[in-house]
Design a protein around this ligand. Structure first.
Ligand SMILES: Cc1cc2nc3c(=O)[nH]c(=O)nc-3n(C[C@H](O)[C@H](O)[C@H](O)COP(=O)(O)OP(=O)(O)OC[C@H]3O[C@@H](n4cnc5c(N)ncnc54)[C@H](O)[C@@H]3O)c2cc1C
Length: 371
């Protein structure tokens, strides 16, 4: 039973956004930027966001050569370029909205390790550069084999450098975006799991336990968890990813962001520490889960890779480890669409949602405003 005051001030916003990850918060921020008087409420099931946005490795990246070649296979050359442009524009949007120093973005170059001799990837650097040249007006990728030894990398035949790739502080990104939304007047309720969304004649009911919100419009930004909430058939499969924070005995011989095996493995420096994760490809079916937890087989492989590839001959301590849940489909393009006149979704952000999240949020907001 609610009071008149609760009904007026909390339970009847103009728009409810479900999910307080980068996409949901960006959608809420855009709505308030477009319409400052609009009453916007974000509902988040966790005490903290509990998906991918506060669990990732903080790569400000838009794809390594092998990943982009794979995107050409699934989306075609134009689709690949379009996705890269969106990731780049999304990063610029986040920096411009929140400020570069607030999210601690640092552009120290990104590198792809080629572990397999004769993989054919190096030969295709020029093709990928040519496709991206009209957008960036310069070559993005180049071979940097001379750095392999100084970085102390084992088992690495080639190193491809992308001087535009950076890294950021994921926690600060979400905390700053949260603060920005609050300053714009967005109400954010945590510990508020949406159980059901029901369209009524006079609006949309959003049910969270025994609390019912009634809004004009709803934006669903629940990424990997969307199928649990909506009845629509959507091509979304969850994908769990692990990250470890590692303290090496000696100082790290490299700085920057690094990927190998089509981005399935990723590591970076973070103020003298190593953040390392990935390995989902070792157990794709097992990792198609929304349960947080660590797969022992993957963990063991990561430890082997630290010893053989990343920090050969160095001792280290594992300081922390955690997992987060991503969302994948047949290709890497996010799903942004209206599912009815009153409900829009922006989901399936894949493994590069830090880059694309603010743009997907903006698109969700535009669908809501223009419907
Ligand atoms: C281990 C890992 C490493 C990654 N590394 C990178 C990287 O380095 N660079 C990069 O660009 N991307 C990376 N990503 C991907 C990136 O983090 C995601 O693509 C992005 O954060 C997705 O944002 P989102 O807001 O769409 O989804 P999420 O962050 O998952 O947000 C969805 C939110 O919805 C909430 N929710 C779900 N169901 C409900 C409900 N019923 N009611 C209320 N709330 C609900 C969840 O709790 C969650 O907070 C990584 C992801 C992981 C897991």
């Amino acid at each position: 039973m609610h009071s008149l005051w609760e009904k007026q001030s909390f339970l009847s916003p103009d728009v409810v956004i479900v999910g307080a990850g980068i996409t949901g918060l960006s959608a809420a921020a855009t709505l308030k930027e477009l319409s400052p008087d609009m009453k916007v409420t974000v509902l988040e099931r966790g005490v903290l966001p509990t998906g991918a946005s506060t669990k990732n490795a903080g790569f400000a990246c838009f794809g390594s050569v092998s990943e982009l070649l794979n995107d050409i296979d699934t989306l075609g050359p134009e689709g690949m370029v379009n996705l890269v442009e969106k990731r780049w524009d999304g990063l610029q949007k986040t920096c411009q909205r929140l400020g570069r120093s607030a999210i601690d973005i640092q552009v120290k170059s990104g590198y792809e390790l080629i572990l397999e001799e004769g993989s054919g990837i190096v030969e295709k650097i020029d093709n990928v550069n040519q496709l991206l040249n009209p957008f960036f007006q310069e070559d993005v990728f180049k071979l940097s084999d001379a750095k392999i030894d100084s970085f102390g990398l084992g088992q690495t035949h080639h190193l491809i450098e992308n001087h535009l790739e950076g890294q950021l502080d994921t926690g600060r990104l979400i905390a700053t975006l949260w603060k920005y939304c609050a300053e714009l007047g967005v109400q954010i309720h945590t510990g508020c799991k949406v159980d059901n969304i029901i369209e009524e004649e006079n609006g949309v009911s959003i049910l969270c336990g025994n609390v019912k919100f009634l809004a004009e419009k709803v934006g669903v930004c629940t990424n990997a968890f969307t199928s649990k909430l909506l009845k629509e058939e959507l091509d979304i499969a969850p994908g769990r990813g692990i990250v470890m924070s590692i303290v090496p005995d000696k100082s790290l011989p490299f700085e920057g962001t690094f990927h190998y095996e089509e981005g399935y493995y990723y590591f970076r420096d973070y103020y003298g520490k190593l953040l390392f994760g990935g390995g989902r490809n070792l157990a794709l079916k097992e990792e198609e889960t929304t349960e947080f937890g660590v797969n022992k087989k993957i963990r063991e492989k990561l430890l082997l890779d630290i010893e053989n590839i990343i920090l050969p001959n160095q001792s280290y301590e594992i300081e922390m480890e955690w997992t987060g849940i991503m969302a994948f489909g047949q290709n890497k393009a996010p799903i942004v669409q209206k599912v009815s006149d009153r409900i829009a979704i922006g989901v399936r952000l894949g493994g590069m949602g830090v880059a694309i999240g603010s743009l997907v949020g903006e698109e969700v907001a535009e669908l809501i405003v223009n419907s």
